[in-house]
Write a protein that binds this ligand. Sequence first.
Ligand code: PMP
Length: 377
Amino acid sequence: MSGYFDNAATTVMSQSALQTYVETARSYPANPSSSHSEGRRAAALLSQSRERVASLLKTESEHITFTAGATEANDIILSSLLWRPQSGQVVFSGIEHSSILQWNQLLAHLGWTVTTVAAPSGFIDPQQLAAALTAKTRLVSVMLVNNTVGTIQDIGAIRSAVRRFESESGQPPIHIHSDATQALGKIDVDLAHLGVDSASFSAHKFHGPRGVGILYNTKASTQSLSRGGGQERGLRAGTENLPAIAAMVTALEEAIEALEENRRTVTALNTLLRFRLRELPIITPEEQSSPYILTIAIPSLPSEVGERMLSDRGFSVSAGSACSHNVRQKGAMVHNAMRLDSRLAESSLRISLSPDNTTEECEALAEAILTIHRNHR
Ligand code: PMP
């Protein structure tokens, strides 16, 4: 028995998304910017795809930008800061994905103050975040679902705290961004309720293709650093990847339609794993966490060794959060911000689920983990 348990790193593309990809690549050969009839057909499909995404996310199509994934969506929002005449301050949660946290270098180099807010046990305290705001704060970025341990932030409370600071101090509006990559298609993402100015998403986390994603953005003043042919209203220049965009729409439709059913399936698997692994430290809090992510520790083994031993037995899990190359360094930053005991952090393993995982696979994974644990105690 083997099993793929690294769905937070990437998911398998769904059959229908793959079919849409192939059909679109075959039937829409032209560039949507070309003015001949084939080009106009492609432009029409692009426009329909935008309308469909907007309606699935219950927003307006002018707020939707197609990108090359969540990294690029995050980059557009952060790079827009560099157009400002003066540097200011940005506030990040300390557990952001590296596509946000890594901006600290360039921003600091250009004279910005970067403040990261700790997230004990994986949760940001809105009051603590509010205490970090100053007259120079221009942007706050807090992710919705953390990719390392799966905790869900109360973005509504964070937004209220930021807006309260603005009104009490008479500051101009602070841009609130949320990386919702691990949330879309898995938990409810209600943009109106979140009330953020922008959010990022990536298709390959919800069984769509890689290299395509969505930026939701309500701020007309946003300007990207990327220059080119003016596609995506100048925010994301470069010929649009129409087959991938169309396939993403198919995957998103499927994910949203099956959201509740999938959540039930995955919650049952998560509960089973929690029960079977109850003799091990379980890092993901039981409350306010995505059922799709379960991070545990095998205390006697470094993460990489645990990951390798499970891989040798046919199970793909991730040492910490392996959506980046420098896993160790990146994981350490996030684990620090969570105030996680270093011994636990260094032996943590992330199990990330999909509705395609089976009970039998989860039983076998739990058995393999317990055997490894008992052999190395
Ligand atoms: N943000 C989060 C929370 C993620 O989990 C990921 C994927 N590892 C990204 C951003 C980056 O997404 P992509 O690889 O599609 O650019």
